[in-house]
Design a protein around this ligand. Structure first.
Ligand code: AGP
Length: 597
């Protein structure tokens, strides 16, 4: 996890580093810091604070440095406090390092360095690196010392180091991202290219194991012990709308963008058919799908697990990236679909690499076009959600969920009549979603009711079950209320023991083929005195009898009701978190992109 950045050129480095760090906070915001290169040494500023707050404090001590590095942290090794904030330095305080990832052998290295007299001040794994460089620099030049130190590390990491008095940045990466932005007479580095788009659209992407030295007029890159010519890639510079536009939080703004996302997904169905045709051609027909994803992206993938076997006759298996272990070679016609809004989630990337190694063709569904996932996959589909700032994913989840429907509709094997009817119902969804977004009174009333509970259970059946899982995740993530999602039929296999007046059950009800079984489950729950909150596409006497409180969604074709349920569970979590005065967009202990396993 963590975001790293660096600048070397002719401009004032501090301003640029703070600007980049603000963009990188989605990777963690436990603490932050910068190290600036001065004539005689380094100036390091760091604290357990958000970047904006550190910048405010920093203004008073402004320097004119034109080289430096910066870091925003998601704590992996060592508590999230000011001491453990990066950059970390050596004994002389003349070498500073920022690091994303984990150094697995840091304890051995620390022990050996301590024996040689090095003094450590933090609990982090990172701190061993500047000390290692310092140790090697006793006998050799800085570049060789950096290379030797880098070669000693085991684990997954991206590292940037500066040395006092040298306008240079030493970099290296294995399994964690690092990109160099190219400008005239200046270079800028970051954990992702989007952060750098304000400055440039020309990038050098480092490969695993690459090391380099950057000064204002050149990049020297080393690969497998040899110097290689850096390859500069130009990418399309996308519009980056990150304003709040009057909304109190990014999460609410992003929830309100969802009707547009459905419309653009529908508009892209023909384009998607072309991609599916290509995949069918390459595979000799898609005979089996394995989805790979984590968190909310995994819940989106579950939608395909229901749709694809039923409507396309394609067996579909949903795998968690972190638990993926395909031990067999892919059968002919196997497609792995890796879903990740960021395209940088370590577990998903690892699973996708493994799937490739077993012979699967990999299709990436991501919101970031030049992400690691998209670069390693055989095919990429870019969702059109636009940049998502809130750590709790909403519009990107909607873009993935809508894609699952679009994948089925775009598939040539779906009968034309069925396709036509279904696309025309799909087209009505954005308007119904707008109606839902305008009717918040019932949701706010339920949020006020839920805010004082310590546990909530979410249930549903069939294709709406993944939305119950997502609803529970959103409630945990931003309202900090312990919530669990269950398939309604599973409650009686154990969780029933928990039911009481103290645990409300939020039931997502659709008038589809699962309706009667779900109502039977609701009756069983009511009998055990748990308060029932029903979110439904249609009010009826049965539900009125059972529910403590009801939220009614606009009437919609049964196939697409899950998409309306998805909006409603997002709103419910949002308003509950507001009632509890929680920090909505940046919940505690989390990061938007999870780049560690
Ligand atoms: C959702 O609100 C979470 N932030 C989280 O579960 C997220 O979906 C997960 O980390 C996967 O991220 P990705 O889509 O970028 O791979």
């Amino acid at each position: 996890m963590c975001g790293i950045t660096g600048y070397v050129g002719y401009r004032q480095a501090d301003k640029i580093l703070f600007e980049c760090l603000k963009k990188l906070e989605y990777r963690g915001y436990d603490s932050c810091g910068i190290a600036l290169v001065t004539k005689n040494g380094l100036s390091i500023f760091k604290d357990q604070s958000r970047v904006g707050d550190l910048e405010k404090k920093y203004v008073k001590t402004k320097t004119k440095a034109t080289a430096g590095i910066g870091h925003t942290r998601w704590a992996t090794c060592g508590e999230p406090n000011a001491t453990n904030a990066h950059p970390h330095s050596d004994c002389s305080k003349n070498i500073a390092t920022v690091h994303n990832g984990t150094i697995d052998n840091y304890l051995e290295l620390k022990k050996a360095l301590t024996k040689k007299g090095h003094k450590f001040k933090t609990e982090t794994d990172t701190e061993v690196f500047p000390h290692l460089v310092e140790e090697y620099m006793k006998d050799t030049d800085a570049e060789t010392a950096f290379k030797k130190a880098f070669a000693e590390l085991k684990g997954s990491f991206a590292i940037a180091t500066v040395i006092g008095g040298e306008d240079k940045i030493y970099i290296g990466r294995i399994n964690c991202p690092l990109v160099i932005g190219v400008m005239d007479g200046e270079y800028i580095i970051a954990s992702d290219s989007t952060t750098l788009l304000k400055y440039t659209n020309r990038f050098i992407y480092l490969q695993d194991g690459d090391m380099g030295v950057i000064s204002k007029d050149k990049v020297t890159l080393f690969r497998n012990g040899k110097t290689v010519k850096p390859k500069i890639v130009s990418v399309e510079n996308k519009y980056d709308d990150t304003e709040l536009h009057g909304y109190p939080h990014y999460m609410l703004k992003e929830i309100h963008e969802q009707p547009r996302i459905i419309s653009s997904t529908i508009d892209d169905i023909e384009q998607l058919t072309l991609l599916i045709n290509q995949i069918n051609k390459d595979l000799g027909g898609i005979k089996m799908i394995r989805t790979l994803s984590c968190g909310s992206s995994y819940y989106s993938s579950l939608i395909l697990r229901y749709l694809a076997p039923q409507l396309l006759g394609i067996p579909t298996f949903a795998e968690l990236g972190s638990e993926y272990c395909s031990l067999t070679v892919a059968p002919k016609g196997s497609l792995a679909i890796a879903i990740s809004q960021s395209g940088e989630t370590a577990d998903t990337i690892k699973a996708a690499k493994e799937a490739k190694a077993y012979g699967y063709k990999v299709l990436a569904i991501t919101n970031v076009s030049d992400s690691q996932l998209s670069r390693l996959s055989d095919y990429t589909w870019i969702t059109k959600a636009g940049p998502e700032i809130s750590v709790a994913a909403t519009k990107t989840v909607m873009s993935q969920a809508a894609w699952m429907y679009a994948f089925v509709l775009a598939n040539p094997s779906l009968r034309t009549l069925q396709k036509k009817a279904s696309i025309s119902s799909f087209r009505k969804v954005p308007e119904l979603m707008k109606q839902l977004l305008e009717q918040n009174d019932e949701t706010i009333e339920v949020a006020k009711y839920l805010k004082d509970f310590e546990d909530i259970i979410y249930i549903s059946r069939g294709i709406t079950y993944p939305i119950a899982l997502e609803g529970a995740l959103k409630m945990k993530e931003i309202a900090y209320i312990h919530s669990e999602g269950y398939a309604a039929g599973e409650l009686k296999h154990g969780p029933f023991a928990l039911l009481s007046e103290d645990i409300p059950v939020v039931a997502l009800v659709s008038h589809d083929k699962d309706y009667s079984s779900l109502v039977t489950n609701l009756r069983e729950i009511k009998t055990r005195k748990a308060p029932l909150i029903v979110i439904t596409d249609e009010k009826d006497i049965m539900l009125e009898n059972l529910a403590e409180k009801t939220i009614v969604l606009p009437k919609c074709d049964a196939t697409y009701v899950p998409l309306l349920h998805l909006v409603e569970v997002q709103l419910l979590a949002y308003y509950t978190a507001v009632e509890r005065n929680n920090p909505i967009d940046f919940p505690r202990n989390l990061a938007k992109t999870v780049t560690v396993e």
